[in-house]
Design a protein around this ligand. Structure first.
Ligand SMILES: N[C@@H](CCC(=O)N[C@@H](CS)C(=O)NCC(=O)O)C(=O)O
Length: 378
């Protein structure tokens, strides 16, 4: 890569262009491989990752539940760094291959919803919540929601990309997008000087859309030390608004869903039940004790494990030793503690399968998911 580049007449791909997202950038759309999406027991099936765009939707779903609506959902992890967004099942839900994507199975035929703004409006209208009914306030909420959809690509794809992710630091690009990011923050700061929330007195989907981007940048949660670089302390009204929203229990839960980085106690890779926040965060899964594992094994045996799953689980358990699951169980009892990463992952798979069975899911689905969620080679 040089700084005196003259574009050719017709662009051609010269291989990966470096940077954090090099492996998933490509100049064409459509699926790269066949892969069905998993399906849980709730009508709403979310396929996502806890980026700011993903968090908007999990915040909304948790807010709906907190407010007493029947918005129970399964949130499945889409690892965009691994290319899951290019699987055939995902592309059928979102032809744009980007998280978040939602299926609503409460209607016939099931309805796909993609683009985070569209998902927020869809859910707000479906449940009649977080979008003001009064036409003036509703219009204001929509104004700011669409402002976010149009503006955040400059913050994320522009500023965040060139400041934090690009393989080279290009002063021109960083200057250009820093200027725009600061201008946008000033837009928000001026508005929030006179308004408690984006659409006035009521918290709405406009706040849920803007907060994960601009709120978290000002609070120092995005792009390394970007808050210092942007002199974020001068956006005091944005910070006040950020802090009020950050204190909401639904927001605290929403930002944990499909999160695969940061504090293990804040990572809930998949969400299938309200209790998952207490029992299935990464710190809890890592703390599984030997007894728990033996209990799981007993449970699996009493349920009558199918041969296919036996062989899959067994495959993970003993680094390829050719034994049956019964021997795996004996191995566990002899070995005692769950020490190695291999053992942890095996235990996590068992736990996953047990709780999936309790939710009434099928063996085959669970086995596939267990393989995918807890890869041995990680
Ligand atoms: N406008 C879309 C943007 C979604 C988006 O950019 N998603 C990113 C993660 S934040 C993604 O899935 N990237 C994967 C890719 O580009 O291949 C929305 O708001 O839903």
């Amino acid at each position: 890569m040089t700084d005196d580049y003259t574009p050719p007449k017709v662009w051609t791909q010269k291989g990966e262009n470096g940077g954090k997202f090099a492996s998933i950038n490509r100049p064409v759309a459509g699926p790269t491989h066949d892969k069905e999406l998993p399906m849980g027991r709730h009508p709403l099936q979310l396929y996502s990752l806890a980026t700011p765009n993903g968090q908007k939707v999990t915040i909304m779903l948790e807010e709906l539940l907190e407010a007493g609506f029947d918005a129970e959902y399964d949130a499945w992890l889409i690892r965009i760094g691994d290319g899951d967004q290019f699987g055939s099942g995902f592309v059928a839900v979102n032809p744009n291959s980007k998280i978040p994507a939602l299926m609503d199975h409460s209607v016939t035929p099931p309805r796909r919803v993609f683009e985070s703004g569209s998902i927020l409006v869809y859910l707000a209208e479906k449940f009649g919540a977080f979008l003001p009914a009064d036409p003036a306030a509703r219009t204001e909420a929509m104004n700011w929601l669409f402002w976010q959809m149009g503006s955040a690509p400059f913050l994320g794809g522009g500023f965040g990309h060139f400041y934090a992710y690009a393989p080279v630091k290009i002063e021109y690009a960083i200057d250009r997008y820093t200027m725009e990011a600061k201008r946008q923050l000033d837009v928000l700061n001026r508005h929030l000087a006179d308004n408690r929330f984006m659409a006035g007195e009521d918290y709405s989907i406009a706040d849920m859309a803007i907060w994960p981007w601009y709120g978290q940048v000002v609070a120092g949660k995005l792009y390394g030390d970007a808050a210092t670089f942007l002199d974020a302390g001068i956006y005091g009204h944005v910070r006040r608004w950020h802090d009020e929203i950050a204190a909401r229990p639904a927001v605290q839960r929403g930002i944990m869903v499909n999160k695969t980085s940061g504090e293990p106690s804040q990572q809930l890779w998949e969400r299938h039940d309200a209790s998952d926040f207490q029992t299935r965060t990464q710190d809890k899964l890592k703390n599984l004790q030997r007894e728990d594992v033996l209990n799981m094994v007993n449970y699996l045996e009493s349920e009558g494990m199918d041969e296919n799953l036996y062989s899959k689980l067994h495959h993970f358990s003993l680094k390829g030793r050719n034994e049956k699951f019964k021997q795996t169980k004996d191995y566990w009892s002899q070995q005692g503690e769950i020490g190695s990463e291999t053992n942890f992952r095996f235990a996590a798979r068992l736990d996953y399968v047990v709780s999936g069975r309790q939710r009434g899911e099928t063996w085959g689905n669970l086995a596939e998911r267990a393989l995918w969620l807890y890869p041995l080679e990680a």
